[in-house]
Structure formats: structure tokens, C-alpha cells
Design a protein around this ligand. Structure first.
Ligand code: MLT
Length: 317
């Protein structure tokens, strides 16, 4: 009798037909940058867990919002996902007409990893340390070319904080990601930026760009000679970038939970952990790799950064 009941129950519960084709992971910034490096590592690992190809696709521009809008408007069936960084939370504060409201446009899947940032500059700058850099920025003002990945990106957030903390206007130049920013710094065509360790680390360690300070509360073991901004005299410059995985609003719970499970498995793979360690980051613990944790974190971060950014005031239309 029990067996018959079980068979009836199973017949009444349709198996989850997901995924039934490749999954597109939208990377909203340029190839070779921090989001791309993290995204390609994850895509490969999640392909193994989901049993279908997960293909990373760079959809760039407008500080990451073109890629974000692509996912917000995609069919909510779990086959189009967004890898977003802290910029997902700052979009409402930085656009006069935000392309979407992150708190309603997406179905959160899970947090991925926190990543420190590092203030970098061209090696031909006439200064070698962070206090020297701050003095030079103040003195040079609009003569400084600072680069970022568009209003609303993580690098823009870091540069906005720096400018407002030292009360100095500089000339900002926007790129489609920090990979092209890095190329411009190495060529000496722009002066400074702020990038995530996930892509900056190799350029810093082999001396192709100069690292002035990290924005984390403590020094990083991978570059122990670089002080925190706080140690070097600017304690307000503390910001940690975080990443989340999102599906479009309306994606069924069973699918977001399946994706969250695949994300947890991917982040626990020893080769993923080792790759992230090389890039000075670690995966979030499993209890934060859930739709609930990402939803709560996103709401907290929107509330935290909106007043700060409105006060610092640089907007895109
Ligand atoms: C990138 O991948 O290029 C960066 O995450 C852009 C940014 O947010 O600064």
C-alpha cells in the first residue's frame, strides 16, 4: 500500500525540467576584468553541476546596466543569469533615470565572494606611496585623469569615495570595464584607478602598475607591503566589493533554489577555492549562497550606499 501511495505521489509531482538547454551567464563588464575572471571560473564549475553548458557572455556598457537590463528583461526561466557586483546596489543612487530597480527586477540566487579593491596608478607617477599620491591628487586636481568602468560600477564607487574624501575634483574617464582601464594605466595614458584584486593582482605583483593602498580593513597576504587606506591616512576609504548571481524577476522558486544549490557546489570545488585564493578572495560560506541571503544583503547595501552616493553626487542619466 505504502509503495502504491509513493508511486502516486511521484507521478503527481512533475520533475523539474531545468535546465533543458545551455544557460547564459551575462557578465556586464569587459572581457579580462574582475567580473569576467570570476564569471568564467564559475561558469565552468556550474556547468559541471547543472549538466549543461553555462556560457559567459560579456554584455557591456553604462556601468554594467546594459547587461543588467538584458537579464531584467529576459524570460524568467533560469536560462539567463546576471553576475553582478556591488554596482547592482548603487544603480538607484547614481542614475537619474535608473534602467531598473534592483530590488524588484531580479530574483536573487546567492552571494558569491567578497573582493577587496586596490588603488592603483601608472608606474611613471611622481609619487610612490599613498600619502604622496593624495598630496599629488590635491595639487593636480582636474589635471589628474582617473579611470573607472562607468557610473554605477565598483571602480566608480571607489573613485567617487576617494574624490569626496579628499575634496578634490579630477577628470574622470569611463571605460566598459577595468580590463581596458588597466591597459590605459600600463600605457601611461591615464593616471589612477581602483580595481578589484581578482584582476589587478598579476599586474600589481609584477610591477606593471603601482599599488598605493587596499580598501580592505586589513592588509592582504598576497601584497603585504601595500597598506590599507586607513593605515595610510584615509580611513574612510574602506569598501569591499561583493558579487551576486541573479535571475529575472518571476523565475520560479524551484529554479532559483536549484541554481543556488549548483552555485554552492561550484564554490566548494577545491579548484575554484584555489583559483579564488590566487586572486585574494574566498567563496562566501554556504549559508550566504542562498536567495534569502542575497535579497537581504542587496537591500542593506542599497540602504547603505544611496545616501553616501547622493551626497557625493555624480549621476548618469
Ligand atoms: C569589471 O569587471 O570590469 C569591473 O567589475 C568593473 C567595475 O565594477 O569596476
Amino acid at each position: 500500500m505504502k509503495r502504491i501511495l509513493l508511486a502516486l505521489l511521484l507521478a503527481a509531482t512533475p520533475a523539474l525540467a531545468f535546465p533543458d538547454r545551455p544557460v547564459a551567464l551575462i557578465i556586464p563588464f569587459a572581457a579580462g576584468g574582475p567580473t569576467d575572471v570570476l564569471g568564467r571560473t564559475l561558469a565552468e564549475a556550474m556547468s559541471r553541476g547543472l549538466g549543461v553548458a553555462v556560457t559567459a557572455e560579456n554584455v557591456t556598457g553604462a556601468g554594467g546596466t546594459i547587461g543588467g537590463a538584458r537579464v531584467a528583461n529576459a524570460r524568467p526561466d533560469g536560462h539567463t543569469l546576471l553576475l553582478g557586483n556591488i554596482g547592482v546596489a548603487t544603480v538607484t543612487a547614481q542614475f537619474r533615470n535608473p534602467p531598473y530597480d534592483p530590488l524588484v527586477a531580479f530574483a536573487p540566487i546567492g552571494l558569491i565572494s567578497p573582493v577587496p579593491m586596490v588603488v592603483i596608478g601608472r608606474t611613471s607617477l611622481p609619487v610612490r606611496d599613498f600619502p604622496g599620491l593624495i598630496a599629488w591628487l590635491r595639487e593636480t586636481g582636474l589635471g589628474v585623469n582617473l579611470a573607472h568602468a562607468g557610473v554605477g560600477s565598483a571602480s566608480h564607487l571607489c573613485m567617487t569615495l576617494l574624490r569626496s574624501l579628499i575634496h578634490t575634483e579630477m577628470t574622470a574617464i569611463a571605460f566598459r570595464g577595468t580590463a581596458p582601464v588597466m591597459t590605459e594605466i600600463m600605457a601611461g595614458r591615464v593616471d589612477i584607478s581602483c580595481d578589484q584584486t581578482t584582476s589587478a593582482m598579476p599586474f600589481v605583483t609584477d610591477g606593471r602598475v603601482r599599488a598605493f593602498a587596499v580598501t580592505s580593513p586589513a592588509r592582504l597576504p598576497q601584497i603585504p607591503e601595500v597598506p590599507t587606506a586607513g593605515q595610510a591616512g584615509l580611513p574612510g576609504l574602506e569598501v569591499s566589493i561583493w558579487h551576486g548571481l541573479y535571475a529575472p524577476r518571476g523565475t520560479p522558486d524551484a529554479i532559483t533554489q536549484r541554481l543556488a544549490q549548483a552555485l554552492r557546489v561550484a564554490l566548494a570545488e577545491p579548484r575554484v577555492v584555489a583559483r579564488l585564493a590566487d586572486l585574494a578572495t574566498t567563496p562566501e560560506p554556504p549559508e550566504r549562497v542562498t536567495p534569502e541571503a542575497l535579497r537581504a544583503h542587496l537591500a542593506d547595501e542599497v540602504a547603505r550606499w544611496t545616501p553616501v552616493l547622493r551626497a557625493a553626487g555624480e549621476f548618469a542619466d
